[in-house]
Design a protein around this ligand. Structure first.
Ligand SMILES: [Zn+2]
Length: 461
């Protein structure tokens, strides 16, 4: 039984009560104006885990993750510059080139980090007509108004606006006296369509029934959810920072238009801290996937670190934590290579591995990893298990955790020969030769454990 915390009800609910197997799920993807930082990757790794868990629980997820390549302003609300336009200006490039480069980078990185391929990865700029159409329909229903810089959603027309994020609108209204845009009717009203500045030609701008401009940030998700997954999703997901503005606004637009709940479940991941600060570009403390790989860490190590903490808790990133995760991963990989080292016809059977049970409990990755390691404690180091049973368990672990344990390679025939020669030297009590061979193997990242029934090799890192 799959249980998930639902931000909508603020309770852990039985997701299995949904009608399996088809599940529609939408994840708010990246704004592609720069390399993504580890905090972004933690978030997406956790959504990939959700997809993997859904599949293992018998569901068939139809997963859409969008690419925001226009309209996301530096303030997350309706003030500031378009993030892509700002980056393009800083680098003397066109916003379209920035969008193409970092959009491609995101899609390539999904493969590099062993993500379950989403069904669709739609871009905001490929859905301008859908967004205009959405706004026209909202306009026809009386939810919009026009001010100098754009078309806005009138939140007063959507009485449950404050519910999802439990906002105190009076307090926000009072706090908005210094509001940059005094034409807005309510502080929380947000742009659906922004006009291009009259004195400036934007790289990205489109004609619309209201004038040349570009869509607000939130409308793309509402339009793409509707197009690809219908008026009501099974699961909508994103970072916890999306709750008060972006998701609240998506709900207002979509539910105003469709007269139906936007999503049955809302799943949100918490922040990642870096040296006790929230990771953000504005603080200048970002670490990218490339930074991590340049230090010799693999994507699987980053994935394992992301899984070490529960997605609803604040977790910390540090290189020290990465080194610890790498050591854990080496242990898992050395379980994987036992299948290359069977000794004789042993009849021992591997105990069942209860991974899915823990993940079905609101994606409890810390308990899942604890279960995996308690299970390894019973096994290691032994070569008495059937390779086929090890393969089955590796498949289970890989399907759920995506750590690519099944792909850990065997050592070469030449290295196996060195192990045999070392064993022979030990039998002859020729310790000098045995030590020299051990040193040679260690040069090749291989260590040998001497067991009563013969040696077992492992990788050192
Ligand atoms: Zn969104």
């Amino acid at each position: 039984m799959l249980r998930l915390y639902n931000t909508l009800t603020r309770e852990v609910e039985d997701f299995s009560a949904q009608q399996p197997p088809l599940v529609t799920i939408y994840t708010c993807g990246p704004t592609v104006y720069d390399y993504m930082h580890v905090g972004n990757w933690f978030t997406f790794i956790r959504y990939d885990l959700l997809i993997r868990t859904l599949k293992a629980s018998g569901f068939e997820p139809n997963w859409v993750i969008n690419i925001t390549d226009v309209g996301h302003l530096t303030s997350d609300a309706d003030e500031g510059e378009d993030k892509l336009a700002k980056k393009a200006a800083n680098e003397g490039k066109n916003a379209w080139d920035i969008a193409q480069f970092y959009g491609d980078y995101f899609i390539e990185s999904l493969t590099k980090l062993n993500f379950t391929p989403p069904t669709q990865i739609p871009k905001a700029t490929d859905h301008i007509n859908e967004q205009i159409d959405f706004i026209l329909k909202l306009e026809a229903k009386g939810y919009t108004y026009r001010i100098t810089d754009g078309i806005y959603f009138n939140t007063a027309k959507f009485p449950s606006y404050a519910d999802f994020a439990q906002l105190d609108l009076d307090e926000q209204q009072a706090g908005a006296r210094v509001e940059v845009n005094p034409e807005k009717l309510q502080a929380n009203d947000f742009a659906l369509w922004k006009f291009s500045p009259s004195d400036q030609k934007r790289d990205m701008e489109w004609d619309s029934p209201w004038g040349k401009g570009f869509p607000g940030w939130h409308i793309e998700c509402s339009a793409m959810c509707l197009k690809y997954l219908g008026p009501t999703l099974d699961i909508h997901s994103g970072g916890i920072d999306h709750i008060p503005v972006h998701h609240t606004n998506e709900i207002a637009q979509s539910e105003a238009l469709n007269d139906a709940p936007l999503a049955k479940y809302w799943v949100h991941t918490n922040h990642i801290l870096l040296s006790d600060n929230k990771i953000s570009k504005s603080l200048g403390n970002t670490i990218t996937l490339e930074d991590i790989m340049a230090k010799g860490f693999s994507g699987e190590t980053l994935r394992l670190l992301a899984l070490e903490s529960h997605y609803r808790t604040q977790s910390k990133f540090s290189y020290e934590a990465m080194r610890a995760a790498q050591a854990r991963l080496v242990r898992y990989r050395n379980f994987a290579v036992l299948r290359y080292q069977q000794k004789g016809d042993y009849e021992e059977h591997l105990a069942p591995l209860e991974l899915l049970t823990q993940l079905e409990n609101d994606l409890n990755t810390p308990l899942a990893l604890a279960a995996l390691e308690a299970w390894l404690d019973q096994i290691e180091p032994s070569s008495h298990f059937k390779a086929a049973e090890i393969e089955t368990r590796l498949k289970l672990i890989d399907n759920l955790l995506g750590l690519k344990l099944s792909t850990v390679p065997d050592i070469s025939e030449q290295q196996k020969q060195l192990i045999k020669e070392r064993e022979q030297a030990r039998n002859n009590q020729d310790w000098t030769t045995a030590d020299a061979l051990r040193a040679q193997l260690e040069q090749a990242n291989i260590t040998v454990l001497d067991r009563l029934d013969g040696p077992i090799w492992q990788y050192l890192s």
